[in-house]
Design a protein. Structure first.
Length: 297
């Protein structure tokens, strides 16, 4: 029977069986042995610590904390600069908003009381009305009421007006429409006013009119003036009147009043702030309706 079985196996199968009989025990023995430990002499470079293109020394300094300290110091400086810039911007916007609210409150008070419709003529005998105060270039007007025979106050105030005009033009490139309105139409004709204003700033324009027209514009601007009673033609006299500058915006609305006690530099500074913070009425109304409207109420 053994001889029969042996004869039936091919020679190759017999050799394979012998090989497996020897190789399997060896594989089992190798798997039970301890795993090989890696070479500890090789240290992997920490990529997260080395900048692209940097050296190994730079990596060591960064790993010790110098890089982190530098980054922290730089971040602090940037934070301080950004904080300072924001503080400056916020303070500027806060002051601008304060001035806008101040002007709004004066508009609410002054709109029904200061300003209104009037009809006069200028020194060239051309019609001049409240519509001439309005323009699309945001050019403010400044009005002064006086008379050409005024011995001291009017010349001083007109000189101050010229200084304010020069200050605004030279430093801030701001131009105004300066107007001199007479309170003495009986003696101040267009020709007389033109001759009188030739001694002052060339930008100042004179306005006059009939007695009723001048009385009306003075009433609209709440300007007090009076002449002596029973004045004879040709007789010299003085006119008592208010001493104020009235600042009007480019929409013909009252903005501010500047008194005699304010010098030229102070007056120019007040005008500059009003001009820079001016917002057209349509834009003011739009802001009130926006989600930030509570800031403008």
């Amino acid at each position: 029977m053994f001889a029969l079985t042996k004869a039936t196996f091919p020679k190759r199968q017999l050799l394979a069986a012998r090989y497996l009989h020897v190789a399997v025990p060896r594989l089992n023995q190798a798997s039970k042995s301890e795993p090989k430990t890696p070479d500890s002499s090789y240290k992997k470079r920490p990529l997260s610590r080395v900048a692209i293109g940097g050296s190994q020394d730079h990596a060591k300094k960064f790993a010790k904390g110098n890089g982190i300290e530098f980054a922290s110091w730089k971040a602090v400086v940037l934070l301080l600069v950004a904080g300072g810039a924001f503080t400056w911007w916020f303070a500027k916007e806060k002051e601008k908003l304060r001035l806008q609210k101040e002007v709004e409150s004066k508009r609410g008070m002054g709109k029904p009381m200061i300003g209104g419709n009037f009809t006069l003529v200028d020194q060239e005998n051309r019609p001049f009305t409240q519509e001439n105060l309005k323009n699309d270039i945001k050019k403010f007007s400044i009005l002064y009421f006086g008379f050409t025979h005024c011995p001291d106050v009017c010349p001083d105030e007109l000189d101050k007006l010229g200084e304010m005009l020069d200050e605004l033009k030279q430093k801030d490139n701001i131009e105004l429409q300066p107007l001199f309105i007479t309170c003495d139409p009986a003696r101040d004709s267009p020709e007389i006013i033109k001759q009188y204003l030739a001694d002052f700033h060339p930008a100042i324009m004179g306005l006059t009119g009939s007695w009723e027209a001048v009385k009306n514009v003075c009433k609209k601007f709440r300007v007090y003036f009076s002449t002596p009673p029973d004045v004879k033609p040709g007789q010299d006299y003085l006119v008592d009147h208010s001493i104020f500058f009235y600042l009007m915006d480019s929409e013909g609305q009252f903005v501010d009043v500047i008194g005699k006690e304010v010098d030229a530099k102070g007056g120019a500074e007040r005008i500059r702030k009003h001009v820079e913070t001016f917002v057209p009425q349509a834009e003011r109304e739009a802001r009130k309706e926006s989600w930030l409207g509570f800031l403008y109420k």
